[in-house]
Design a protein around this ligand. Structure first.
Ligand SMILES: O=C(O)CC1=CCC(=O)O1
Length: 258
């Protein structure tokens, strides 16, 4: 466990796995922490030096006042890589983590070896959707957003049958600060990577849940069609697909990374 620092923002990160192994950096979604990767940690850390972190506004990282931009989030990731002594990483990110990976592979291609982008999109309109969530968080607190968020993030069957796993993610969501949630939601609102991803050179795997209503299979298809060396895979489940379909997710990522 350690902290990187960028412009006064403290960024928590943690390393697991053999020191000499290639680095696999994992990036969480909006409203979760580095802990969301626990279902994959044992398998990934057998082959890789696994670098997990808490995005600004989440977990043990600082929550500076927003709005944040995708540039902030990408540059934070670079500061963490620097602090961890990793000049190149395989990247696996889910939702905001996937979108941060697209930004890094576009803007800092030498840092990304292979790219795994899960439950993501290049553009997330309408802005009113994000402004509404920001206003709710600021006026009423993060708790009000928890139930609708879990309903978007998991299928109804999973919510009914796997309450402990949903609670594990819900707890992380509830710990997100209002500043962190609002700042990151603004970054999503203002993101437009529709054209820029066409220049990505990294070999890319795009993973999506068949029932994801927010970052849909159609959005994943757009990434696959625009990133030159990309292929896609659809798994059974919704948005937090590494938790809802952990074995299939782990297998796809490990096969892709080789
Ligand atoms: O919250 C959602 O439903 C979708 C989402 C966008 C960015 C993220 O991390 O989650």
């Amino acid at each position: 466990m350690a902290f990187a620092e960028r412009d006064g923002v403290k960024l928590f990160y943690t390393l697991d796995g053999p020191e000499s192994a290639p680095v696999l950096m994992l990036s969480n979604s909006l409203g979760t922490t580095h802990k969301m990767w626990e279902p994959q940690l044992a398998a990934f850390s057998k082959k890789f030096r696994v670098l997990r972190y808490d995005r600004r506004g989440h977990g043990q990282s600082s929550s500076p006042p927003g709005p944040y931009s995708l540039d902030d989030l990408g540059n934070d990731a670079l500061a963490i890589m620097d602090a961890a002594g990793a000049s190149k990483v395989h990247w696996c990110g889910l939702s905001m983590g996937g979108m941060t990976g697209l930004w890094l592979a576009t803007n800092h291609p030498d840092c990304i070896v292979k790219l795994v982008v899960c439950s993501a999109a290049t553009f997330m309109p309408p802005p009113e959707l994000w402004n509404g969530r920001i206003k709710t968080a600021q006026d009423k607190g993060i708790e009000v957003l928890a139930a609708p968020t879990m309903q978007r993030w998991f299928t109804a069957d999973f919510i009914k049958g796997q309450q402990d796993k949903v609670a594990f993610i819900r707890e992380q969501f509830l710990q997100t600060t209002v500043e962190g949630f609002s700042g990151c939601a603004a970054a999503m609102r203002d993101m437009d990577q529709r054209e820029t991803v066409k220049t990505i050179k990294a070999k890319t795997l795009v993973i999506v849940g068949a029932d994801d209503q927010g970052t849909t299979p159609a959005e994943a298809g757009i990434i696959v069609n625009r990133v030159p060396d990309a292929r896609g895979v659809i798994l059974k489940g919704s948005h937090i697909i590494n938790v809802e379909a952990p074995e299939a997710f782990t297998k796809e990522v490990l096969e892709f990374l080789g």
